[in-house]
Each structure stands twice: as C-alpha cells, then as structure tokens.
Ligand binder design. Structure first.
Ligand code: SF4
Ligand code: SF4
Ligand code: SF4
Length: 301
C-alpha cells in the first residue's frame, strides 16, 4: 500500500469485547498508526456514513437485518474485510440461540422469565430492525478475506494480523491445537471419570496435570491454538473460543468424537451429567452458528 493505509472498523451483534481487544494491542498501535490511519470506527465517533478504506475490520455476527445492511456496506467500501472475533467468524456464544425459534426466544425474554412484568405481552416492534431467522457468521452474508477468531481475540494476534496486512505479507498462523502450547502434563492415561467443572471447587486439582486426565472437559485437542493456551495456563479448561482447528469439520462432532474415544469406559449417564445433560453449549459454546445444522440460505447477493 502506498502512503498511509485507511482502516475502518464496524461492530454488528457484539458485546464489544472484540473492539476492546483492538485497544488492548497497547503500544503496537504506534506501529499501526505509523502505517495507517483510522478513518471510521464506532468506538471513536458515532458516524453513520461508510467511507472507502483499504482494511475493514468487522466484529460481531449477524442477528438482524441492520447487521446485514452494515456488513454489505462495509464490503462495498473496503478492499480487505477482516472478520474479527468468534461472533464474526462463527456466530459466537449468541449463536447458541439457534437452538430455539425467535418466537420461543421472545416468549422467554419478554414474557415467561421470572421477574418479567408484562401483562399485555408486548414485544419490541417499532424502530427496531427485524431479527434474522438465525444468528450467523459474517461469512454467511459477505465474502471475508481474513478470519481472526477468539472470544475475544488475543491482542498480539490482532497486532500481528494488522501489521501483516499493512506490510502486504501473508498472515502465517500456527496450525496447532491448544494442547501444543499447553504446559500441562499429559500421561496419556485413559479417563476413568468425567465431572462438571464446578466440582473442582471442592477438590485439590493437580496444577500441572492435563485437565482431561483429571476428569474435566477441556476442548484444547479440537481448538485452534492461537492463544498460547492462555486458559489452561491460568487454571481454567479450554472452552473452544478460538474455534475449530479444522474449519472444514464440524467442531462439536469432533469434540464429541474425541471425548467419546477418551471416555469409552465411562457410563453414558456420567458423560451426560458432566455436560450438564445439555451437550450443545459445552461442545459448541462459541461456534454453534458455524455448524452445518444451521443451513443458512446464501444471502450474499
Ligand atoms: S467474540 Fe466474544 S468478545 Fe467478541 S463480540 Fe463476541 S462475545 Fe464479545
Ligand atoms: S486437554 Fe486441555 S489441559 Fe490437557 S493438554 Fe490439552 S489444552 Fe492442556
Ligand atoms: S484456551 Fe481455549 S477458551 Fe481459552 S482463550 Fe484459548 S481457545 Fe479460548
């Protein structure tokens, strides 16, 4: 890119954590701003217009018609689109809503939840964009050039990716699972029991041993290891936030398959109990919107 590159950012269905992660690149921002200017960002200024940019960074997935409009405007105006964070890349945790219809969700949120006082059964209708049928990844509505997953993505990875784009160099990401950088010791023993994570509160865990081998579900083996195993390193099992190691495969099926293999001697009731008798939020916590089950219509036109 000759001269300073133009960077635009936008957020769709988000908690805003991914944009905060952009700020968390700390002093690397000096290197970025030496080569680029930020021409549009909802975090910095409440602008509605879209402006041409070399790099468009979009956080968040697709939940309503306005998200689709914004995504398409960004695609029209930006030469390179970066899908930042697991909501944008895979639908993220909000895509667990795809287990229900929108009608069921509205009933739950506005009518049937304890503490909700809504005798007329009103739902928000005016001046709010209609929901899409499902929560979907950004790639279901526009072409995406670069995916940087994570909930939120690791700031060092964001800085590396943005600098690669600005320098016109290919972004080289490690093809490894979370287990590879994880320092916890694996003795490759068969798992003899599986427990829910909350039970670890009353138990002395070996701080150096693999969580799976201590009977706790850790999705490290099927998760893309872009985060330097930051959860297992601080004493928490991996929940799969950086998405599938192999994006061509169904992440939940892969997770179920490795758990099934490792725990083949454990009664099914115990395996189900370890998943709270509801496997989907465990196996697909950040990527239910990325499964083949969702069957998104091609909305790219
Ligand atoms: S990926 Fe995580 S941090 Fe980013 S917007 Fe979604 S929920 Fe928030
Ligand atoms: S399963 Fe989890 S704790 Fe065990 S090595 Fe892999 S990432 Fe580390
Ligand atoms: S260890 Fe797992 S849950 Fe934690 S940041 Fe890495 S991919 Fe995400």
């Amino acid at each position: 890119m000759s001269g300073k590159a133009r960077i635009a950012t936008e957020w769709l269905m988000v908690c805003s954590g991914c944009h905060i992660s952009l700020l968390d690149i700390h002093e690397a921002i000096i290197d970025v701003l030496a080569k680029a200017e930020i021409v549009r960002s909802p975090v910095l200024a409440d602008v509605k217009e879209f402006v041409p940019a070399d790099v468009g960074i979009i956080t968040g997935g697709i939940r309503n018609e306005h998200n689709i409009h914004v995504a398409k405007e960004m695609r029209k105006n930006c030469k390179i689109i970066v899908s930042l964070g697991s909501c944008a890349c895979f639908g993220g945790t909000p895509s667990l809503a795809n287990m229900y219809t929108n009608e069921e969700l509205f009933d739950k949120v506005y009518k049937n939840t304890m503490g909700v006082d809504n005798p007329l059964g009103r739902e928000p209708q005016d001046d709010v964009p209609p929901l899409t049928e499902k929560v979907a990844p950004l790639s279901s509505v526009i072409d995406v050039d670069v995916m940087i997953p994570g909930c939120p993505p690791v700031p060092e990875l964001i800085a590396q990716a943005v600098m690669s784009l600005l320098d016109g160099k290919p972004l080289e990401l490690p093809n490894q699972s979370v287990c590879e950088p994880c320092p916890r010791v694996k003795k490759h023993t068969k798992i003899t029991e599986l427990k829910r994570w909350y039970k670890s509160a009353g138990e002395e865990l070996d701080p150096d041993r693999c969580f799976l081998e201590q009977g706790y579900i850790c999705l490290g083996p099927v998760t893309w290891g872009l985060c330097d195993a930051r959860c297992p390193k601080v004493g928490v099992p991996c929940r799969g936030c950086h998405g599938p190691l192999n994006p061509d495969r169904d992440p939940g099926v892969d997770a179920a398959s490795f758990l099934g293999t490792l725990s083949s001697d454990i009664p099914m009731e115990q395996v189900m109990e370890a998943m709270g008798n509801d496997p989907i939020p465990i196996l697909y916590q950040h990527q239910f919107g990325f499964t083949k089950f969702n069957n998104f219509k091609d909305a790219k036109k």
